[in-house]
Design a protein around this ligand. Structure first.
Ligand SMILES: [Fe+2]
Ligand SMILES: [Fe+2]
Length: 471
């Protein structure tokens, strides 16, 4: 038995100790992963003890084991939801047939793309967030950052497991590529746009985990319906971890909102910036930015790729079992398209609109979070409402990307859009201001001026617990 790969070092439920081929593949890949983690993972914190959650088994008692650990020694495991031997394909042309335990030859290329594209976002986000440990607003937040980072690392493992086990040589090559692309790099960027954007401060981090991780939730949910059973089972387990990332984002923004409202009351002229906070109009701009970058991740509104992935039984809809019709051979979806400078509603075949169907579910979910932020503002006695902009605003992918729209979705000329951009999206001055607030607060129980303390601590521990041993 090798000293690199063992059930002890790599907790798993895929029978790793008796799978020689997988062991050999991981023995080659795992040291490269650790090198990547040390080079591109959280900067400056690799030798510190962090209070982290580790999944050590899929049972309710095992998937959230808490202890102090140094990040390079984190036990990145490989977990799939237990197999249901009677599971059948739940949608598309192959509906009702047994699910696949091996990759069907005719779908190999599409399936590989469906695994590599989300797989690439996992290391990308770790790279985007690697400097944030220098400026965390509290030990609680610092620990949450690292928790998100190590779990994105585990999600990379989950996808690499699929590539190594089911895709032979091209799978191994793809697994190497996942470690060689770099977020924001001009020559070898990450695959998707939002994952090349800088996440240079904590406001962007919270917006990212609120909106961009939530895209991940919906993509994983659609893939968890897949007729390729190992992919479905992998994604189901990842979703349990993803929930925490969105919690970090939603509550992070909510705490900034709360603090802004408190400072509005403290300052005689309601000037939040004068008191060292992040004002609500600035929050709205970052919301506009990260929400629209995340909308792009769902792909084009009208997409033959989406139709093919559904027809082939590879990617379903969010909660497919809630639908009546799982073949979707009939039916249309209304989409507003630009024609002669005006918006016109067009009905397109439902199968080609499945990206839009998934995006619509995502939008509803985002709205629920924004409603909770607005409730905080109302509870604090302030008259201000945060809003999700129109799905046409600031798009770089899809049918709206060649046109300009205001945040409420009205078409406008490009010159006007450019002139007003700074009203709607963070300006250089906003970015400089937010960055100026980012000073680390690493004393137990202390918190930065621009954010309210969390409502409670982690795993039943007090909020002022020493979640990261700084010394
Ligand atoms: Fe993830
Ligand atoms: Fe995530």
């Amino acid at each position: 038995m090798s000293n690199v790969v063992s059930d002890e070092k790599i907790p798993n439920n895929v029978d790793l100790s008796s799978d020689r081929r997988l062991q050999r593949a991981l023995e080659a890949w795992q040291p490269k992963f650790i090198d990547w983690w040390k080079e591109m993972g959280p900067e400056g914190w690799q030798a510190k003890d962090i209070y982290l959650r580790t999944a050590v088994s899929v049972e309710a008692s095992g998937w959230a084991h808490f202890d102090f650990v140094r990040m390079p020694e984190y036990r990145w495991g490989i977990f799939l939801e237990p197999k249901d031997p009677n599971r059948t394909i739940g949608f598309g042309d192959m509906m009702g047939q047994p699910v696949w335990d091996e990759v069907p030859g005719e779908h190999r290329t599409m399936l590989r793309r469906l695994i590599v594209t989300p797989g690439d976002t996992e290391p990308a986000s770790v790279e985007q967030q690697r400097h944030l440990g220098a400026t965390a607003p509290s030990l609680y937040d610092l620990r949450n950052l690292f928790q998100v980072n190590v779990e994105e690392g585990r999600h990379l493992w989950a996808m690499v497991y699929l590539l190594h086990t089911y895709f032979g040589r091209d799978g191994r090559e793809e697994a190497e590529e996942l470690l060689s692309r770099r977020s924001g790099d001009r020559d070898r960027p990450r695959i998707l746009g939002a994952f090349n954007e800088p996440t240079s401060h904590w406001l962007s981090f919270f917006m990212f985990t609120m909106f961009t991780d939530r895209d991940g939730k919906y993509q994983l949910s659609a893939l968890s319906e897949s007729g390729f059973d190992p992919l479905a089972r992998t994604c189901r387990f990842m979703l349990t971890e993803e929930a925490h990332h969105m919690f970090v984002g939603e509550t992070g923004v909510q705490r900034i909102v709360k603090r802004a409202c408190e400072l509005m009351k403290q300052d005689p002229s309601g000037d939040v910036r004068a008191r060292g906070g992040i004002d609500l109009p600035t929050l709205q701009k970052y919301l506009n930015l990260w929400y629209t970058l995340s909308l792009d991740l769902f792909g084009g509104e009208i997409s033959s790729n989406a139709a093919d992935a559904f027809a082939s039984g590879l990617k379903g809809r969010h909660k497919e079992d809630r639908y009546q019709d799982h073949k979707v051979l009939e039916g249309t979806y209304g989409i507003d398209v630009m024609e002669d400078g005006k918006l016109t509603r067009r009905d397109v075949a439902m199968r080609t609109a499945l990206n839009e169907v998934l995006r619509a579910e995502y939008i509803k979910d985002c709205q629920r979070g924004v409603d909770r932020w607005n409730k905080t503002i109302a509870d604090e006695g302030q008259a201000f409402e945060l809003k999700l902009p129109s799905n046409r605003f600031h798009r770089q992918i899809g049918i709206y990307s060649d046109f300009c729209f205001t945040p409420d979705g009205t078409p406008i000329a490009r010159a006007e859009w450019e002139a007003r951009r700074g009203e709607w999206l963070p300006s250089d001055a906003d970015e400089a201001y937010v960055k100026s607030l980012m000073k680390p607060v690493y004393e137990r129980g202390k918190i930065a001026s621009w954010i309210a303390p969390p409502a409670k601590g982690i795993n039943g521990l007090p909020e002022d617990f020493e979640y990261v041993r700084v010394e």
